[in-house]
Ligand binder design. Sequence first.
Ligand SMILES: [Zn+2]
Length: 554
Amino acid sequence: MTVSPFERKLVGIFPRSRFHSERRLLASLMQLYPVDFSPEGEVGFDQMDAAVFFSDENLLSSRAFEQGVSSFVFRRSSKTIGLEANASVSFSDHHIIHPAFRNARITLGSANQAAELNPAEGDSTVALCDSLRLWLFRSNGSAELHTVATELPTVESLLWEYLRPDGWLAPLPLLHFLRRVTADIGWSPAPQRACFMFDDPNLHTARYGYLDYASLAAHARVHNYHVAIATVPLDAWYAGRRAVDVFHGNPERLSLLIHGNDHTRNELGCACTDGDALRRLAQALRRVARFERKTGLRVERVIAPPHGGCSESVLAQAPRVAIEALCTSAAPLARCLNQTRLPLDFGLLPAWFGPGNCPVIRRWDLVYGLMPLRLAAFLDQPIIAYGHHRDCAEGFGQLAEIANQVNTWSETAWTNMGTILRGNYRIKRDTELMHVQMCSRHVHVPVPEGVSHVAVHADSAPGRISVASSDGPAEECTPGVPFHVTSPRSLRLRMRSFEAIDPVTVRPPAYRVWPSVRRALSMGRDRLLPIVRNSRPSVAVEFHSAKLAGNQRQ
Ligand SMILES: [Zn+2]
C-alpha cells in the first residue's frame, strides 16, 4: 500500500508586510494545523484555499470571498472602543462555533480594544459584548467570510500564552477559522475524556479535609463525573480500611494517581541530575507498589508534580520506570524548561512529548472555572480541572455544574487518568488506510469496518512501537509505515522505552527527616481546616478575576 503525503491548505496573507511581521504566529499555526502561508502577490485567489487579512483597506477580502476563497478579516478602525477586563463576551449558537463555546458568556479577563463592525445583509453575529459586535460571519455557499473587531497582538513568545482565561479574544476566532478551513484534511480527535483532580489527599482515613470520599463518590455518581486523587507516595505507608473500601466500591468515580514523592517544595521542578531524578521517581514507584499490594487498589502511573514544575531530567527518566505521563499546568512547567527548546505548538496539542518521549497532559486550576476547559475541548485535549480539598469547603456543587456543562459539549467519558491516556490519540482516514497519531505512550484504538491498513504516527520518533490486537500477540511496527489489519477490532499501541529499568533495582535517595515533618504539618493543617471552618469563598463556575493568573497552587 502506498501512502500519500498529508495534504495541506494554502492560505494567503494580506497585506504582504504582515507575512514577515507575523512570522512567529504563522509558524505556530503551521505546526498546529495542516496549512502553509503565502504572502500577498505570490499566488492568485484561484490557487488559494483561504486568506487572512490583517488589514483590509482595499476591501480585497470581498473579492476573495466572491471568488470562492474563505476569508478572515481583522477589521481595523481609527476609532476603537475600550473593553474592560471584566466585560463579558456572549457567543451565539451558530454552528461554526465549537460546541464548547456555543451560547457561552465568558469574561474577557484582560482589557481589549475593538473596532466598530457594521453588519451587511447576510451577516450573522457570532459574538458580541453588550451591543458591540465582535465577530461577524457570512457564507455564500462556496466560501465563508469571518470579520472580527479585535486586532491580534504580535506573537513574540509561544502561542499558548495568548490563549488563556485572561486573554483569548483575538486568537480564538482565527483558530476557529483555520480549524474550519482544514476540517476535511485535519486529524479527527478521539472521543472527549475528562476528570477532576484533587492534589494531596491520602487514604489514612475516609475523609481528607473537606473531601469525604463516600459523599464525593455518591455525588459523582449522581452528576456523572470522576475524581482522580493525586496522592503523595510518602503518605502511602498506611491506608485505612474504610477509605480503601470506598475506593474499591467506586472505581468508576474515584481513582488514584501520583503527586510527587515527598512533596517538598517544587521537588520535581528543581534542577537535578538524571541520577537524582531516577532515584526520586523509583522511590515514589516502590512506595506506590507497596500500597497497591496492601490495598488491592490501582494507582495510575501518572504524576501530577507538586507546585506544577518538572525538570528535563525528571521528564527524561520518567518513561524508564514506566511512568506513562505527567499532568500539569503549562505555565509552571514552561518556567522549569529551556524555553528556546519548546515547540511553537507547546500546550496546544492533545499532549506534548518532552525529553525521553514523556507525554505531558495539561490540567487547569478550578479557580478558572469553565473557560480553560472550553479551550481544552476546542484543542482536542483531555479536560482536566484540578484543585484542593478546600475548593469543596461549600460542597461539591461546582463540580456538578462544571460536569453538566462539559457533558453538553460532546459525549464525555469521565474516567481515571489511565483510561484518559488510552484514549489520547487522533485519527485520519484515507479510504482503507487509517492513520493513528499517538498522543500518549499506550493507546487503545478501535479499527472500524472497511479499514485494511493502519499507519501509526508518533511525532517524537520513539523508535519502537508494539502493536497488539485484543486476541493476538504483540508485534513491532515502524512509525509511518502501514501494516495490514482485519477489521473491526481494537488495537493496542505501545511505545517501548529503550532504557527501561525496574524501580526495585534503583538505590533510594539519602534519607531526610524534613519531608516527613513537612508533610505531617501540611496534613494536620488540611485535616483541621473543616473543623475550624476557615473556609475560603467557593469557586465560581465562570472565571471572574485575573488575580490568580500565572500563580500555581500547591
Ligand atoms: Zn500538593
